[in-house]
Write a protein that binds this ligand. Structure first.
Ligand code: ZN
Length: 480
């Protein structure tokens, strides 16, 4: 692969151990990996391709830890606009039952294109229904074409209505066929090497759509192959009530009872998790995919992110499926995470007798710094950015992405700072990316290859994709 030199970035954010933000920074990339990072003057002068990013902010590629690409076809469905999770699912399951393999491919391209334009370079996707011959292969093919890294989570549902589950029987599968296909996918696609573009994850959908036995068997299979495990957990009070009634446990103890705790497990949402359960996550190394927009959209609740970070739990961000967000803009999600954490943890008011913040201080702390005013600490822009990069990488179990350092994947994005959205905010361009209205990336590079250049997708024809996508969405909603 040709070498690539990035030079003269106004600021290049490394997210390395020293949290370096390099003025007039650059990168030298060879064979898809970062070889050198530093001030432009200290880098090689030539490469096969040289890109001068004067006036741009360069950030490590963002990592998305939870999504359902196919839901881009069912955004803003009128009957599901104002519903909470269970009613929303009940409305959408019959529509999703009409998905075809081509729909999976098209919707994955749309979601991945949006993600790329929002600075994302690695995305996990959770596909948990396979109607009409659909396969996980369909979205993996889409990711290869778009050029993003994918942690493709082979979802599953086996507990239909007739057995006391939530989904209609028409969208659930037999546990035997689920496990057989899971094994096939791992053997066919999973690449454990640094720089992998495809990794496979096993991901039974949720406590109310699979049996405990499938959870156990999936964990056993995943551990045989060393692949990760993912599911929805503790998303709503309804789910908590379901777990207590059906399994006699709250969601987290239920996970413990089916061998679903460990460094190789991450949970989407994790809103209804109490103090002891936070410690359970920390002790076992479980990760959390925090999806603030979805949790607000479905009125699910607010996850205890501050408690997770204080306990040392790995936290990444997820845009979640596009039927509950309804967009795939990861930089915008980082902004939501920052704002929602403030709403949950911040206390309004002003103290005349300053007292030191009782908890972690400074930008290197996982906790928001106190300002010494006695007012509780607020999540900073840089902490939100950390969740979206290194946090997500840790959740996915990848140490080859999330920062710009020698030896790491050459995954990054750049934003032109000379735009209306940032006018007046250039005292701190890094914070501006989070505080100001989220913009489209001007360049997105994955493993040294351009996916976005000068604000345009280079691997897919955006206009043609939108037309194809809208035709598929209209057909699905029309019931044809
Ligand atoms: Zn989800």
């Amino acid at each position: 692969m040709p070498s690539l030199l990035i030079k003269n970035a106004t600021v290049l954010v490394t997210m390395d151990d020293r949290q370096r933000e390099i003025p007039a920074g650059g990168l030298f990339v060879r064979d898809g990996f970062v070889e050198q990072v530093g001030p432009t003057g200290e880098l090689p002068k030539a490469a096969d391709e040289v890109l001068d990013l004067t006036g741009h902010l360069v950030l490590p590629g963002l990592v998305n830890t939870h999504h359902h690409f196919y839901q881009t076809l069912t955004r803003v469905v009128p009957a599901a606009q104002d519903a909470n999770l269970f009613n929303w699912l009940k409305t959408l399951y019959p529509i999703w039952a009409r998905l075809t393999p081509e729909d999976i491919f098209t919707s994955a391209q749309t979601a991945l294109a949006e993600l790329a334009l929002s600075g994302c370079t690695t995305a996990s996707d959770h596909l948990y229904l396979f109607p009409n011959g659909s396969r996980l292969d369909d979205e993996i093919a889409a990711a290869k074409e778009v050029g993003l890294r994918i942690q493709a989570a082979r979802g599953s549902m086996s507990l239909g209505e007739s057995k006391g589950g939530l989904p209609p029987d028409s969208v659930v599968d037999s546990e035997e066929s689920i496990l057989k296909d899971s094994q096939r996918l791992i053997e066919q696609y999973h690449d454990p090497q640094p720089g992998a573009t495809v990794q496979v994850v096993l991901a039974p959908c949720s406590p109310f759509s699979v049996t405990g036995e499938l959870m156990k068997q999936s964990a056993k299979l995943a551990r045989q192959y060393g692949v990760h495990l993912h599911t929805h957990l503790a998303e709503t009070e309804d789910e908590q009530a379901f777990c207590l009634q059906k399994f006699g446990h709250r969601p987290v103890p239920y996970m413990q009872s089916v061998d679903w705790v460990g460094e190789d497990v991450w949970f989407a949402h994790a809103v209804y998790v109490d103090g002891d359960e936070v410690q359970t996550f920390a002790r076992h190394g479980c990760g959390v995919a925090h999806c603030p927009s979805s949790n607000m959209r479905l009125a699910s609740g607010i996850a205890p992110i501050k408690e997770y970070l204080a306990a040392g739990v790995k936290v990444g961000l997820g845009v979640d499926g596009s039927a509950s967000n309804d967009g795939s803009h990861l930089l915008a999600e980082a902004r939501q995470a920052m704002l929602l954490a403030r709403l949950k943890e911040g206390v309004s008011g002003f103290s005349l007798s300053p007292s030191p913040s009782p908890e972690g201080e400074g930008e290197n702390s996982p906790l928001p710094p106190g300002d010494g005013s006695g007012v509780r600490a607020l999540m900073s822009a840089r902490q939100a950015l950390r969740l979206a990069t290194l946090g997500g990488a840790a959740v996915l179990g990848r140490n080859d992405i999330g920062s710009l350092e020698p030896g790491k994947c050459a995954d990054f994005f750049a934003i032109d700072l000379n735009r209306l959205d940032y006018a007046g905010a250039l005292h701190d361009p890094v914070a501006a990316a989070l505080f100001c209205h989220p913009v489209r990336a001007d360049y997105t590079v994955v493993g040294g290859r351009f996916v976005v250049r000068e604000g345009q997708l280079v691997t897919v024809d955006e206009r043609a994709l939108v037309e194809r996508h809208n035709r598929a969405a209209a057909r699905l909603l029309g019931g044809a």
